[in-house]
Design a protein around this ligand. Structure first.
Ligand SMILES: Cc1cc2nc3c(=O)[nH]c(=O)nc-3n(C[C@H](O)[C@H](O)[C@H](O)COP(=O)(O)OP(=O)(O)OC[C@H]3O[C@@H](n4cnc5c(N)ncnc54)[C@H](O)[C@@H]3O)c2cc1C
Length: 435
């Protein structure tokens, strides 16, 4: 690996420290305390791993660096392995519906290239890299019906231990032979090894996509029940409810996505419009809806990725659907008690029980950062007590690892540590994340 693949310039290194929620993790590393390697091939990755194993240097895998729980935050004396320089598509097989790609490719670019060949993965978030998306087992915003990354990956090429390269799967979809190491690596947040190539399932590119937003002035209960009705009647690709606070306090909304043959999508949309209008909802014109979504996500991305004074934080636990209302009340009460601004909530209807709670505080007031930490602790204790999980989407990273012992037994955690030890006996792969 040449010197040009190593980043030591401190102004560039700064961007690797500035990760989502870093103020909420504490003990941040400084720019002069780590380096970044940008490999171009599996061989180069294996060489980095061999070197790190010899010197016992922590390796932090990184894609676009947008994961929410600080999983890519460097450690002192670590090497961040930035995969964005490994972003080639190696093979597209239209007949088999597969794509083989390097992990650093962004999901939106992958989709664009697949679309040119009549294929689609249709997964998000678009800004994520393929490797990062597998690392966190991401769930796409408009594609919930196709599931999370676990439903797309057939095979991973990985580098583990002291530089061993192997494949976790085969090039076929059904592979019912023994333990699935592919599934073990999905969602492992860079703690078991480094992913260097991915075989993904790609479906036919849908002829047409229609996103629809419906606005309601009725109570949230009613809106949720309409969205559940839509789910049963139309099985859209995505189906989410946002409360009034997410929509500048005016209306609650349902956002659905239909994909497929043009005539079918048009008919589904028409029938869905009628279904909603009979229940008190109104179609939001497409340009206004797109504008609202764009504003929300631009704000969320800026505030999420770059620490700003006024932080906008989403928390995304998994709860039983029957707990959505009481958990929302709990969240609002805690926000009030800890003087944290409530910014709204989003219920994922295609994945019932995945709820995002948004709130904000000023990061230049240390007492607010501390209040938010207390709020989180109380809220996640409640989630765990209700038999939910403290993370539905974003993983554990470094921010949430403290909750693992509240959610799992000692024996369970010990088994996880032993599994990690099989792939990573020297504990060099993202050592302080997850466990
Ligand atoms: C505004 C905003 C919106 C978001 N929306 C969503 C959403 O809709 N759904 C969702 O699921 N998430 C969402 N996220 C969270 C985040 O974008 C996802 O977790 C995404 O999958 C992370 O991708 P990344 O390329 O940024 O990965 P990174 O943050 O770089 O890495 C994520 C994890 O994967 C590991 N990793 C990366 N590359 C490799 C590799 N080659 N080998 C082994 N491990 C690796 C890292 O060590 C880390 O643990 C959002 C984040 C933001 C800021």
């Amino acid at each position: 690996m040449g010197k040009d693949s190593l980043v030591t310039d401190q102004s560039i290194l700064h961007s690797y420290v500035e990760v989502v929620n870093s103020d909420n993790i504490g003990g941040n590393v400084r720019e002069n305390d780590f380096v970044v390697a940008r490999p171009r091939s599996t061989d180069e990755v294996a060489r980095i791993v061999r070197f790190a194993a010899r010197k016992k240097i922590p390796l932090i895998a990184r894609g676009a660096g947008t994961s929410r729980e600080g999983a890519t935050l460097p450690l002192p004396k670590s090497v961040v392995v930035d995969f964005t320089t490994m972003s080639r598509i190696l093979d597209v097989n239209v007949e088999n519906g597969t794509v083989l790609a390097q992990p650093g490719i962004a999901l939106d670019l992958l989709e664009e290239k697949l679309n040119e060949r009549g294929l689609s993965v249709g997964h998000g978030p678009e800004h994520a890299t393929l490797g990062g998306s597998i690392g966190t087992n991401s769930l796409g915003q408009g594609s919930s019906r196709f599931g999370d990354m676990r439903n797309f990956v057939a095979d991973l090429e990985v580098v583990v231990g002291e530089g061993t390269v192997f494949h976790t799967g085969r090039a076929v979809w059904r592979n019912n032979t023994g333990y699935s190491l592919t599934q073990l690596f999905i969602g492992s947040e860079g703690t078991l090894g480094l992913i260097t190539a991915v075989t993904l399932k790609a479906g036919a590119r849908p002829e047409s996509t229609q996103k629809r937003m419906y606005a309601f002035q009725s109570p949230l209960d009613h809106v949720v029940s309409v969205a559940r009705g839509i789910e049963g009647a139309f099985l859209p690709d995505g189906n989410r409810v946002d409360d009034e606070a997410r929509n500048d306090g005016e209306v609650s909304t349902i956002r659905v996505t239909f994909r497929g043959k043009r005539e079918v999508v048009e008919l589904q949309t028409k029938l869905c419009d009628e279904f909603v209008s009979a229940r008190g909802g109104q179609v939001v014109p497409d340009d206004i809806a797109a504008d609202l979504v764009q504003k929300r996500s631009a704000k969320g991305f800026e505030m999420g990725v770059r620490p700003t004074e006024a932080r906008n934080v989403p928390e995304e636990p998994a709860l039983r659907f029957s707990d959505w209302k009481s958990s929302l009340e709990k969240w609002k009460n805690l926000c009030e008690r800890h003087e944290i601004d409530y910014h709204g909530c989003q219920l994922n209807i295609s994945y019932p029980g995945v709820i995002t709670f948004y709130s904000g505080y000023s990061t230049n007031r240390p007492e607010k950062v501390e209040s938010y930490r207390l709020l989180m602790r109380e809220f996640y204790s409640y989630v765990i007590e209700r038999q939910g999980s403290f993370s539905a989407t974003h993983g554990v990273g470094k921010r949430m690892s403290g909750f693992m012992s509240a959610q799992y037994s000692k024996e369970y955690l010990e088994l996880m540590r032993r599994i990690k030890g099989v792939f990573d006996p020297l504990n060099i792969f993202n050592p302080s994340a997850v466990l």
